[in-house]
Design a protein around this ligand. Structure first.
Ligand SMILES: Cc1cc2nc3c(=O)[nH]c(=O)nc-3n(C[C@H](O)[C@H](O)[C@H](O)COP(=O)(O)OP(=O)(O)OC[C@H]3O[C@@H](n4cnc5c(N)ncnc54)[C@H](O)[C@@H]3O)c2cc1C
Length: 393
């Protein structure tokens, strides 16, 4: 068969995993094309290290032009439309046609959906703002730090809890812990609810041990930056330094393409990642058109959604890359996604807990969380080697 083109929409964690795997599986006559608006790549988890000062911006950002070296074409463009039937993508650089499409556009951040957020909160999920937070932490000698989750679901359900614990450890090292209160507000009912009550309780205990006050089922409605007040559906709270996780939403371009469901994201088959017509019958709407990572909605057997995290984006990307390569080479599909996943929860002091298990288990995910360890922390930092593998090796 003559050369085919795989279009990968979005060059984030999932999109670049798919691109590298495809490049390894396909012969050179086939094109692997990544359409990505940003000129740089970074891993979201590096934002935590930027906040604590353990990382510096130039060390965690990589230049997308380096992809060319591996035979991956990067088109810097804003995607404006997707036609999953014609398999075309409308961009501000023109219309592109593919034989295969992988949608990996992630979740958009929507700070503007919380009045006052943009002007008053330091957005932990924005790489520049996360880097700027370190100076704010250094400036604060006394007062109240609030970690605020403005809406759920959001990327990496562990990240706000990690941020609070890393700040706690940092203030101890900095000698300011006794003058600083740390509080966390979230609309969730327990931390990482999808992982089950035992994991949630373990995380609450970790926060309690560190004197971090947690406030669950608190939906923020507005932030007043002048009086430094958070307004919730039921009550108010004050802050001196506000670290915010903004609300998320599916990329607007997909709403118009008609591939998002009522919940806002793209419903996909839990094993093949093809876009679904019906989440109950698992009837596929567009065979051979895939959505992976944060943009995808995978309904679990307890009706919760698979969390938004890079490890899932990565595992899904590998499955999809193998399926596309098999289709191109006219071979049977080699594997499906089995729902296994893991995460490391950074707790400060050079330690991280390791949560892992089967998210596709019945009647719901079976996840085990270990005690924090130095080995767990080292394993977490190893993620950043992806940067070297993809861009520097
Ligand atoms: C602070 C923090 C800590 C985290 N820690 C972890 C962790 O420890 N473990 C873990 O597994 N995950 C972690 N995550 C989550 C992880 O970063 C995301 O889940 C992961 O990046 C999702 O991959 P993705 O490919 O689906 O989306 P993304 O990586 O967000 O990539 C989407 C890409 O699409 C591009 N794009 C979107 N719309 C358009 C458009 N219209 N035109 C062109 N390009 C577009 C974006 O620019 C982006 O590059 C963390 C995230 C944060 C913020």
């Amino acid at each position: 068969m003559s050369g085919q083109t795989v279009l990968i929409l979005g060059g984030g964690w999932g999109g670049l995993t798919a691109a590298h795997h495809l490049r390894g599986l396909l012969s050179a006559e086939h094109r692997v094309v990544v359409i990505e608006r940003s000129t740089t790549f970074s891993l979201g988890l590096s934002n935590l290290g930027l906040m604590t000062g353990e990382r510096l911006l130039p060390n965690v950002r990589r230049d997308m032009t380096k992809l060319k070296r591996d035979g991956i074409e990067w088109i810097q463009a804003e995607i404006r439309g997707v036609d999953p039937v014609a398999r075309t993508v409308d961009t501000d650089s023109g219309v592109l046609s593919g034989d295969h499409i992988v949608i990996a556009l992630g979740a958009d951040l929507a700070p503007e959906s919380t009045p006052g957020f943009t002007d008053s909160a330091h957005n932990l999920y924005d790489i520049e703002e996360a880097a700027g937070l370190h100076a704010e932490l250094r400036r604060l000698e006394a007062g109240r730090i609030v970690v605020l989750v403005a809406g759920a679901p959001y990327r990496c359900p562990a990240a706000p809890y990690e941020a609070a614990m890393l700040i706690e450890a940092w203030t101890r090292e900095n000698g300011t812990r006794d003058q600083i209160e740390i509080d966390l507000y979230t609309p969730e009912s327990i931390p990482m609810a999808v992982a089950g009550p035992a994991v949630g309780q373990a995380l609450c205990s970790m926060l309690d041990e560190r004197g971090i006050v947690h406030h669950f089922e608190q939906q923020v409605t507005a932030i007043d930056g002048t009086s430094r007040t958070l307004r919730f559906e039921n009550g108010e709270a004050s802050y001196d330094l506000l670290i915010g996780i903004p609300a998320h939403r599916a990329p607007a371009v997909l709403q118009e393409a008609g591939v998002v469901a009522a919940g806002g994201y793209v419903p996909v088959h839990p094993q093949t990642l093809e876009i679904l017509l019906d989440v109950d019958t698992l009837e596929v709407q567009y065979p051979g058109v895939y959505a992976i990572g944060d943009v995808a909605a995978i309904r679990l057997l307890n009706s919760a959604l698979l969390p938004k995290a890079g490890v899932f984006a990565e595992a899904e990307a590998q499955v999809v890359a193998a399926a596309i390569a098999a289709e191109i080479d006219n071979e049977p599909r080699p594997s499906v996604y089995d729902g296994h996943g893991f995460c490391y929860v950074d707790v400060g002091d050079g330690l991280a807990a390791h949560g892992s298990g089967n998210f596709y288990a019945y009647p719901g995910p079976r996840i085990n969380l270990t005690e924090p360890s130095a080995t767990g922390r080292r394993a977490k930092l190893e993620y950043e080697q992806l940067l070297d593998t993809w861009f520097d090796a």
